[in-house]
Design a protein around this ligand. Structure first.
Ligand SMILES: Cc1ncc(COP(=O)(O)O)c(C=O)c1O
Length: 347
């Protein structure tokens, strides 16, 4: 659709490049970029590296100098704004690890002016995910504009403003992100200003694109609760266990009676629960259920906890489908283990 990509690790940068995204359309953010990540980004001449600390700013200048290049950089500010979202996915509070505090911007100006191998041209701000309050964005927009003016007043030519992502998506609570209101807000604050504007929405674009189909391994009753135990657990889809996120769960098979279930995975953790008090038609071992809207922070957060294999992924497009990732096999996992010969001494 003509968009670029916002990456938050060197590995994501390599993925984006492998997918043939033009370097000039890649922005690199992230609080822990390694020197090798920076070398790759600078060599490839990506659009912008968004800096998250003073130390990183100095390192980028040094790295670019050693490569004989000039790196385009933006400053990710920490505006100390509460995203009014979940604590674990809020990133813009002064206690969070992200961004440069606005109190340090004088120092940034001094360094930027002295550093010959960086071209400071952007401001970015991302205060978290699952944001539904437009007043949060209004506060962020004001802070970004104020910061841009501060740099311009200090003779640093800010050309682009990255307004972040975080646009919320939550079907279970019937919450809707007010996209039209958001557009109005962007127009109100930026329409007549000479900046290039960009956004980094993730979930809002891809959440609905994924569905997790899981098989019922067993059913059981514990106290008053009816459990169904699936073959997919928190290893395959972590959000409910990690954030207490709610996702709709539906039965694949249509049957009449409706029963109150706790839907759980097979992992040895009590938090491995996808939903409590979920009303489904009567389910039997071998039936399938679908956990909906797992397209964002789903597959990418999956793990081999309990030595479980990662699930296969199937792309469905119009009336076609293809397996785009094979189900992992335990032998693939075991083959990566290295057992030192000297351990034999203990046998
Ligand atoms: C820097 C940055 N930008 C954008 C996003 C996308 O957030 P969301 O999926 O909530 O829109 C993230 C998510 O972690 C991020 O870290």
């Amino acid at each position: 659709m003509g968009s670029g990509i916002d990456v938050v690790s060197g590995e994501e940068l390599m993925r984006a490049l492998a997918a043939k995204v033009a370097p000039k359309k890649i922005i690199f953010e992230g609080v822990g970029k390694t020197k090798n990540d920076l070398i790759l980004a600078i060599k490839k001449g990506i659009k912008q590296i968004n800096v998250e600390s003073i130390e990183e700013l100095l390192l980028i200048n040094k790295t670019a100098k050693s490569l004989g290049k000039i790196a385009n950089v933006g400053i990710r500010i920490n505006p100390n704004i509460d995203a009014k979202s979940l604590k674990k996915i809020s990133t813009g509070n002064k206690k969070d690890k992200f961004g440069i505090p606005t109190t340090d911007l004088n120092q940034v100006v001094i360094i930027a002016k002295k550093s010959k191998n960086i071209n400071l041209k952007g401001i970015s701000c991302h205060v978290g995910s699952q944001i539904f309050s437009l007043s949060v964005y209004e506060k962020v927009f004001k802070k970004i504009k104020e910061t841009a003016r501060f740099f311009i007043n200090n003779n640093i030519n800010i050309k682009n403003l990255n307004l972040g992502g975080g646009m919320g998506f939550d079907k279970t609570k019937n919450k809707k992100f007010q996209i039209k209101g958001f557009k109005k807000l962007v127009d109100k604050h930026f329409r007549n200003l000479p900046y290039e504007i960009s956004f980094e929405p993730g979930r809002y674009i891809v959440a609905e694109s994924g569905t997790l189909i899981a098989k019922i391994i067993t059913t059981k009753k514990s106290g008053q609760s009816n459990f169904i135990i699936l073959d997919a657990g928190m290893n395959i889809f972590l959000r409910p266990a990690l954030y207490g996120a709610h996702h709709n769960i539906v039965s694949i098979i249509k049957r009449r009676a409706s029963i109150n279930y706790n839907v759980a995975g097979p992992i040895c953790e009590s938090s491995d629960i996808f939903g409590k008090n979920v009303f489904l038609p009567k389910q039997y071992t071998g039936d399938y259920v679908a956990i909906q809207d797992v397209g964002a922070y789903g597959s990418v957060m999956s793990s081999n906890y309990n030595s479980k294999e990662l699930a296969a992924e199937i792309l469905i497009y119009k009336n076609r489908f293809t397996i785009i990732r094979k189900r992992q096999k335990i032998k693939d996992l075991i083959s990566k283990d290295i057992i030192p010969r000297w351990l034999g001494d203990f046998h």
